[in-house]
Design a protein around this ligand. Structure first.
Ligand SMILES: [Zn+2]
Length: 468
């Protein structure tokens, strides 16, 4: 392959607003291209790198059947497995489909019960505790996780288990209404009364659907916390959990939007455990432009049950070791699904895995592909791109070794120094340099990524590349 087909220009640095260091390197190296603020396009080099990665993952599944993704549903996959069962019973039964940056591996229950993760990928991804998902930590990631630096556990904030003993609220002063014009959010309320959000409670009416039946409950958490719908879903064993419509909220609380509170409402109240420590809180009064202060659980409203209902935040203790958790960004890189039909599926986000590898294996000079993942085994350079004889030799080397190796001929009309540093940036392990003097002697200069060239006899080249 010719370099001019991949990136015809020198690999110039890209502007800082193209994202974090990893994203910029990937754009610079011609792996991706940004088409707008949210979307990346994979360039030929990126697609080659993804293909290599897919090959490596599929190898781990043993014999595998390729199938074109044809939007089969679970029933379709099951029928397919049944159809082929006798014919391939001695072999492992799995199929894969891949479209764009995703690889999906399907298999029947009992086979490949665990996700297959090649050894070399394990350092880039972490299991998200309590789930079948694996995440790649990456500063440009769109998801937030909580990470324990002590034991290495990674948590999804909405399912982080928060353990605490219950408190006993004490009331000192009476509950009292206060005028809070326009204070429809916790932020505005805190500004209006000049108080900290930790003194307020947030009251939300939830619609919990279970076996076709809908129930409505009030859920309260401290004002600066976020309610976890996932924890609610789990507690109620619900099929779906969502916020109730405004009209239903009105009929339960009698409140206009933004002023809901727990006092005197027509719904059972489930409170986060933290509420049991809040003696005198500030809450909505279920009345326009009004809140109550000195509102105390147990006295001013009854709590049906105290539960772990909030999302985890930075500083919460690690459930496994007690250390303080830190917020990190990342993306889900591998996720598993099981269907009632007995078909399991692992989805590998190849683009995310590729980004995680590059992020972890790069230095100031460029990408350092681990474990034979470089899209090319070697590059061929000539000392002078204007010299037709040297170029012909370079083309013939490329052709000669292309059956055995992936060779890139750097045919750009640029200075040798620029071209060599570009090959380092792409992370190509070896560069074969053709010069006039080497041709006379029957040798090539062979240069290891980032190193100095050494003279090697022509015949020895293949042997050295094989050793890599
Ligand atoms: Zn820990």
């Amino acid at each position: 392959m010719n370099m001019s087909d991949i990136v015809p220009w020198p690999l110039k640095d890209v502007s800082k607003n193209m994202g974090d260091e990893t994203s910029r390197l990937m754009i610079r190296a011609g792996i991706t291209r940004k088409i707008n603020a949210y979307n990346l396009l994979y360039m030929p080099l990126g697609i080659m790198a993804m293909d290599k990665l897919i090959d490596r993952i599929l190898k781990g599944y043993g014999s595998i059947y390729e199938i074109v993704h044809d939007d089969l549903d679970d029933k379709g996959w099951k029928a397919l497995f049944r159809l082929l069962k006798d014919e391939i019973s001695a072999r492992q039964m799995a199929f894969y489909a891949h479209m764009g940056t995703k690889l999906e591996v399907y298999f029947q229950e009992g086979k490949f019960a665990k996700v297959y993760i090649p050894e070399f990928l394990r350092k880039y991804i972490k299991n998200v505790t309590g789930t079948s998902a694996y995440a790649a930590i990456n500063e440009s990631g769109n998801k937030r996780f909580l990470y324990c630096q002590e034991c290495g556990a990674l948590y999804q904030p909405d399912i982080l288990e928060i353990k605490m003993d219950l408190g006993t609220p004490q009331s000192v002063s009476d509950i009292m209404e206060v005028y809070t014009p326009g204070a429809v959010t916790i932020d505005k309320l805190c500004k209006c009364l000049d108080i900290a959000p930790q003194m307020t409670v947030k009251t939300m009416i939830y619609e919990i659907e279970k076996q076709g039946k809908k129930d409505y409950y009030a859920v309260i958490v401290r004002g600066d916390r976020t309610i976890s719908s996932e924890k609610l879903r789990k507690y109620f064993e619900a099929d779906s959990v969502g916020l109730a419509d405004e009209s239903i909220v009105g009929s339960i609380t009698g409140s206009p939007p933004g002023f809901c509170g727990p006092v005197g409402i027509k719904a059972k109240i489930y409170a986060d455990m933290e509420i049991s420590y809040m003696d005198e809180t500030v809450a909505g009064a279920n009345k326009l432009d009004t809140h109550v202060v000195g509102c105390t659980p147990g006295r001013d409203f009854q709590v049906e049950k105290y539960l772990d209902l909030r999302c985890g935040v930075e500083g919460d203790p690690c459930p496994q070791c007690g250390a303080s958790l830190k917020t990190v960004k990342g993306n889900i890189a591998i996720e598993g699904y099981k269907s009632a039909e007995g078909i399991s599926r692992w989805i590998y986000s190849i683009g995310q895995l590729l980004t995680a590898i590059i992020r972890n294996e790069m230095d100031d000079n460029g990408i350092k592909w681990p474990d034979d993942l470089s899209p090319f085994d070697a590059a061929v350079e000539v000392t002078s791109p204007k010299n037709e004889m040297l170029c012909n030799e370079a083309r013939s080397i490329t052709e000669r070794y292309s059956h055995e190796f992936n060779i890139l001929y750097d045919d750009r009309d640029l200075g040798l120094k620029t071209r060599l540093s570009d090959m380092d940036l792409l992370g190509i392990p070896w560069t074969i340099i053709v010069s006039g003097s080497s041709l006379e002697k029957g040798t090539y200069e062979l240069r290891k990524n980032g190193g100095e060239p050494v003279e090697v006899e022509k015949e020895k080249i293949a042997e050295i590349l094989k050793l890599n």
